[in-house]
Design a protein. Structure first.
Length: 323
């Protein structure tokens, strides 16, 4: 038993730091097996400790005192606490054991591990999103002011939007489009008519492909050509040449723009804006006034918790209710 405990301790002390080191690295190293192994090693150590304290018994009452069973429970607890999986993890472990007697202990262990993890912090995969600076929106926003939670139903979309917005017309000079792409890193731009009313939107990728095709072939890109077009390594050079006035031409964006661009009025509830944005999986959301003129834009970064708290810090609840 002492040899087994020593081997398990050594493996845990060696494998756990290595798993932590490779978990966030850009290599093809999975997390499922390391989590099962680390949890199993820790559970087996607890099981060996229990056998050392209470001894070995042969009666049915002490049948649970098995290091192998503790290893299974430890693997379920560690996996559930790290990943916050519940039903799928239970099915996986039941398929591994093929013993229905372990169903209740596994279910209880996984639920306790999930509740404990949720009480302390978010899941490991959520933490990786933060490390990689990927804007991830939770299912429900949690915003505080002066240490107290605040409902976003009390605020409007105009309180969180970014403005002013760079808009484009249906027909623009190629130099203006290229210069805009070079100066700004926005992923999308609203398109307005002569009365400055919103009529659609166009993405950065579409503009870049369209301008590159104009530069190389001097004509509009067809839909089939656009689908099979690979971004060129010369894209930045081409944009710089077009911005300088080379091959100046008028570019029509009527057939390239999205005429079903999603927009909300500036008085729209901020909470419903958040739910709409997350549910539809949008990259940007256009905010308009009562005359359908563009007044702002919302992106994922604008709806992140810290960004909302900074934007809403200067807006009191009473002022928002009056508006």
């Amino acid at each position: 038993k002492a040899v087994v405990s020593t081997q398990s301790t050594g493996a845990l002390l060696l494998y756990f730091p290595l798993a932590c080191w490779t978990a966030g690295a850009s290599v093809a190293s999975g997390l499922v097996v390391p989590m099962l192994l680390i949890g199993g090693l820790f559970g087996r150590l607890v099981g060996c400790l229990a056998v050392t304290l209470f001894g070995t018994h042969t009666t049915p009452f002490w049948a649970w005192l098995d290091p192998g069973a503790f290893a299974l429970i430890g693997a379920a607890a560690f996996f559930g606490g790290v990943s916050r999986l519940t039903m799928s993890l239970t099915v996986i472990l039941m398929e591994m054991t093929n013993d229905i007697q372990f169903l209740l202990p596994i279910m209880v262990t996984i639920m306790v591990a999930k509740w404990t993890g949720d009480l302390l912090t978010h899941s490991f995969y959520h933490a990786l999103l933060e490390v990689k600076c990927i804007p991830f929106l939770d299912s429900e926003p949690f915003i505080t002011q002066a240490g107290k939670p605040v409902s976003l139903e009390l605020f409007q979309a105009s309180h969180a939007m970014s403005s002013p917005v760079i808009c484009m017309k249906e027909e623009e000079k190629s130099s203006f489009l290229a210069d805009t792409l070079l100066q700004y890193s926005h992923s999308g731009f609203p398109i307005v008519n002569k009365e400055q009313e919103l009529i659609g939107s166009v993405t950065r990728q579409v503009l870049a492909v369209m301008l590159e095709h104009y530069h190389d072939q001097g004509k509009e890109v067809t839909y089939d050509e656009f689908l099979h077009h690979d971004p060129s390594y010369r894209q930045k050079t081409i944009l710089e040449q077009l911005a300088a006035g080379e091959k100046e031409s008028i570019v029509s964006m009527k057939q390239y723009m999205n005429m079903s661009a999603v927009s909300v009025p500036e008085t729209f509830s901020l909470h419903r804006t958040y739910v709409l944005f997350r549910t539809l999986g949008l990259r940007h959301l256009i905010v308009t006034d009562s005359s359908n003129r563009v007044v702002g834009m919302l992106s994922r970064k604008d709806l992140m918790g810290h960004a909302l708290e900074d934007r809403l810090a200067g807006v009191t609840i009473s002022k928002a209710a009056e508006e």
